[in-house]
Design a protein around this ligand. Structure first.
Ligand SMILES: Cc1cc2nc3c(=O)[nH]c(=O)nc-3n(C[C@H](O)[C@H](O)[C@H](O)COP(=O)(O)OP(=O)(O)OC[C@H]3O[C@@H](n4cnc5c(N)ncnc54)[C@H](O)[C@@H]3O)c2cc1C
Length: 286
């Protein structure tokens, strides 16, 4: 289908983009790689009056080592996230997950910022950002503000970004020594969205799992932390049996949907199985 009519602007700076977006109110939308927005426009599920194309803004590009944290520009493509050596060294979970998203064509256009701002419950990066304790940096007419991942995803395809605000980048704490990671994704066909996904980070010390952070994909309208499993695994022996026991609690407190791809009980089962697998790799337990 042909999209409904819209105006289009390609600003030369983030400030210009913010003014254009704020001027367009609720009927204006940012477009970055277009990999989620264009299909919605073509299906006429979204019909903004104005598209603000941020694709050319150098300020939104790049990866910076800030000491304790990494700054990853919103326009970093999924392909760049997969290959960037600084991300691989300090935030390997993001690199590993980006490689599992869609296909090379989508990864070359789709951006980290777009994947987060789109807030698809089946999208992989929201759960990863949640497990990483990432902070989203937004710029709007009132200036810049930081939004923790736990406060960023509000509902189905809905984030805390206010009308007129642009996601400029994310800030991610570096993973120090002892941390392992793994994203496990269950999908029916290669290069498709997750029916359930689990992002696991674990810090191992003295044969035990000192702490773990677990983000769940598609176990509710927004990404959630598997807090009961995180608490169960903290301090546990790094053994397959102990990790499986903790993973049995992965679906506690979740509200997984039932749809054509699977019922909520099936998703609960997947969350437990995938959590055990992800924790095993993240904790170095073969
Ligand atoms: C065939 C196909 C397969 C896919 N498979 C997967 C998959 O397996 N896993 C997965 O997680 N995703 C998957 N995706 C989705 C893909 O990852 C996202 O479409 C892409 O990353 C979104 O980034 P984008 O730059 O293209 O965003 P756009 O499509 O440009 O924008 C998406 C949304 O985010 C908003 N937005 C974008 N950038 C900003 C910004 N800087 N500030 C504020 N708002 C912004 C837009 O207004 C829009 O609402 C798939 C997509 C396709 C087409």
């Amino acid at each position: 289908m042909i999209p409904a009519k819209f105006d289009y602007t390609k600003p030369g700076s983030v400030d210009e983009a913010v003014s254009a977006l704020a001027g367009g109110g609720e009927d204006a939308k940012v477009i970055a790689g277009g990999q989620s927005l264009l299909p919605l426009l073509r299906l006429r599920l979204s019909f903004p009056d104005l598209l603000v194309d941020v694709g050319g803004l150098g300020e939104l590009r790049g990866v910076r080592d800030e000491g304790e944290t990494l700054w990853i520009g919103a326009l970093t493509t999924l392909d760049e996230a997969q290959r960037d050596p600084v991300i691989a060294q300090h935030c390997g979970l993001l690199a590993q997950t980006a490689a599992l998203i869609a296909d090379p064509a989508v990864r070359h256009r789709g951006t980290v910022g777009g994947a987060l701002a789109h807030a698809d419950p089946a999208g992989d990066l929201p759960a990863v950002a949640t497990a990483l304790d990432a902070t989203m940096i937004a710029r709007g007419p009132g200036g810049e503000r930081a939004i923790g991942a736990g406060q960023f995803f509000l509902d189905y395809l809905t984030t805390a970004l206010a009308p007129g605000e642009i996601l400029t980048g994310i800030r991610v704490p570096k993973l120090g020594p002892g941390w392992g990671y793994r994203y496990e994704k269950f999908h029916l066909t290669a290069q498709a969205w997750a029916i359930v996904g689990v992002a696991a980070l674990a810090r191992r010390a003295d044969g035990h799992v000192a702490e773990a952070r677990l983000g769940l994909t598609n176990m509710g309208l927004v990404p959630v932390r598997a807090q009961a499993a995180e608490q169960a695994v903290a301090g546990a022996e790094a053994s397959a049996q102990a990790l499986r026991a903790a993973a049995e609690r992965a679906d506690e407190g979740t509200q997984p949907p039932s749809d054509l791809h699977g019922g909520s009980d099936y998703r609960r089962h997947l969350a437990r199985v995938l959590t055990a697998r992800a924790l095993a790799v993240a904790s170095g337990v073969s």
